[in-house]
Design a protein. Structure first.
Length: 558
């Protein structure tokens, strides 16, 4: 029993701790994931701010170029002045509404860069979705100077008219060393002006707009509590072009070979470029686990103290119960000697009465001696039942099986109750169908019958009937005791075999201890049998079944 209590104590302590630990770890994991997401979001917002500053650089160039080209005067002269004086402008283009290239003129043979740009113009215009496509396939007439003069006159005539609305669009063209930016000014009349920017110039201006701080910091109000800050470790931020080549890096001097922690693409037109944040070590959210450990430890101490108290209390109660059981067993054992003496002297007194003359005095003494003998027998059965209850399984008396006339044992047990049944007016019906001597323990059989018949005497006397039947069913001895009393409700069929359980504990209930059926069931189990209550239309019927070896049985009287 002590091992079971110890196991229960361990479960009592371990189960809440395991549940608390699992819940705490899940909560910490969710908090860590949330903090990690918040940290990533803060880093992304910082990179987005850098992206906005880069977008402002290109937007500033677009506004400045648009203002210069919108000046009144000859557009060709504006193109030439812009190309000559603005270091970020590499080349200007002009195409009319039909897609005919009006400017620039055909370059001279000794300018290979201008020739390359001029040769790429039809493809650049054809790839721009904002321009008209009907005339984009028209090739440049390289032999007609007269057509070129006509184009110049067209430009001059357009400049003399009213100003037209302008829409700006960016176009990315891959040429030479990488992506080239072309700013298109789309007029409402269909004309298109393109400005090819100088890559080296606008790249250098983008780099100049990047932060020169050592690292991207997140030490503001949006920083999640508890994480490892980027400023606490070695980190760097990189600007990468469309080919994955490093354009610029700032922060700590790191050799970044791992995937970046945070990556965002730049705003158009540089959508193929990226800003990447790298850290020397992975960003780990350090959650404070000390409060959780202290809480679990405190709960463990409380549970241990509670479990120890409960176990100590249970052991104390079990010790008191064992002491009471031991006391009841010792007292019951001690009662056997005086009970034996009482019965002995009652029998001696009955034999002495044989020498007395017949008369009223002798009859009166015989009646009193009969009561003494009956009550001493009843007390003896009660003492035997108590001793049977207090014995544990290890010290339980093993069945002493011997060839027994079962019907004779049943009849003798009924004879013990005959005077009391006769007084109460209980009719006894006997159905004896065991005509063989069986190997059973007669004492155990008698103990079961005594307790069942005692219940009939106490609780079913109003039915004025009891029927005791015995027969062989296959390899089992079956004995039934049925009455016509008030019966037992079905919901109590299992509870009635519990020690000290009584259907009626009121002061008007028949006297009893509530251990009769418990003693009978325990006795049947020790004989490898079973005692149960069967469903009866009227009253109550108990059935005892004991396995017997019918093959070695003998006829009664043989």
């Amino acid at each position: 029993m002590t091992h079971r209590l110890l196991f229960a104590l361990i479960v009592l302590i371990a189960a809440p701790l395991v549940l608390l630990g699992w819940g705490s770890s899940s909560l910490l994991r969710r908090q860590r994931e949330t903090a990690q997401q918040q940290l990533t979001s803060v880093l992304q917002s910082r990179l987005l701010e850098i992206d906005q500053s880069l977008a402002e650089v290109l937007a500033g160039h677009a506004r400045r170029i648009s203002e210069k080209l919108d000046r009144p005067g000859n557009p060709i002269r504006n193109f030439e002045d812009l190309t000559r004086h603005d270091p970020v402008v590499r080349q200007c283009f002009f195409a009319n509404a039909k897609g005919v290239i009006v400017y620039p003129p055909k370059p001279v043979a000794d300018d290979p860069e201008a020739i390359a740009i001029y040769a790429a113009l039809p493809a650049i215009i054809a790839s721009n979705p904002d321009l008209e496509t009907s005339e984009r396939s028209r090739s440049i007439d390289k032999t007609s100077s007269r057509k070129q003069q006509t184009r110049s006159k067209m430009v001059a005539s357009k400049s003399a008219g009213k100003p037209t609305a302008t829409t700006m669009r960016w176009q990315v063209w891959y040429m030479d060393e990488g992506s080239q930016l072309i700013l298109w000014l789309l007029k409402s009349n269909g004309d298109s002006i393109g400005v090819l920017l100088e890559r080296a110039r606008w790249v250098s201006e983008l780099i100049a707009a990047l932060p020169d701080a050592k690292s991207v910091t997140v030490s503001d109000s949006r920083e999640p509590s508890g994480p490892q800050r980027p400023s606490d470790t070695l980190s760097c931020t990189s600007l990468v072009d469309e080919a994955g080549q490093l354009v610029y890096r700032w922060g700590s001097d790191l050799e970044t070979t791992d995937d970046p922690i945070v990556t965002i693409g730049l705003s158009p037109p540089l959508s193929s470029w990226q800003l990447q944040y790298n850290n020397a070590t992975p960003l780990v959210v350090h959650s404070g686990s000390l409060p959780t450990i202290l809480s679990i430890s405190g709960l463990a101490v409380m549970l241990l103290a509670l479990g120890t108290y409960v176990m100590t209390s249970v052991q104390r109660q079990m010790h008191v119960a064992r002491s009471r059981v031991s006391f009841a067993g010792q007292v019951s054992h001690e009662l056997r000697t005086p009970l034996t003496n009482i019965r002995l002297y009652a029998e001696l007194a009955e034999s002495d009465l044989q020498s007395m003359p017949e008369g009223h005095t002798r009859e009166s003494i015989e009646r009193r001696l009969s009561v003494i003998d009956s009550e001493s027998r009843r007390l003896g059965r009660l003492v035997s039942g108590v001793l049977e209850m207090v014995r544990d399984e290890q010290n339980a008396r093993a069945p002493s099986c011997q060839p027994t006339d079962v019907d004779e044992v049943i009849d003798q047990t009924l004879a013990q109750f005959a005077p009391r049944f006769e007084t109460l007016g209980i009719e006894v019906e006997r159905d004896a169908r065991v005509a063989e001597r069986l190997s059973v323990d007669p004492d155990i059989l008698e103990m079961v019958l005594v307790n069942l018949l005692s219940n009939v005497e106490k609780y079913a006397a109003k039915g004025k009937f009891v029927r005791v039947a015995s027969w062989i069913d296959g390899g089992e001895l079956v004995v039934t005791v049925a009455d016509r009393g008030p019966g037992i409700p079905r919901r109590y069929h299992r509870k009635i075999f519990r020690p000290f359980f009584r259907l009626d504990d009121s002061i008007h209930a028949p006297s009893g201890t509530g251990i009769g059926l418990a003693i009978a069931k325990l006795a049947a189990q020790r004989h490898s049998g079973r005692l149960s209550i069967t469903n009866a239309d009227v009253g109550t019927e108990f059935e005892l079944r004991v396995a017997v070896d019918v093959s070695h049985s003998g006829r009664t009287g043989s």
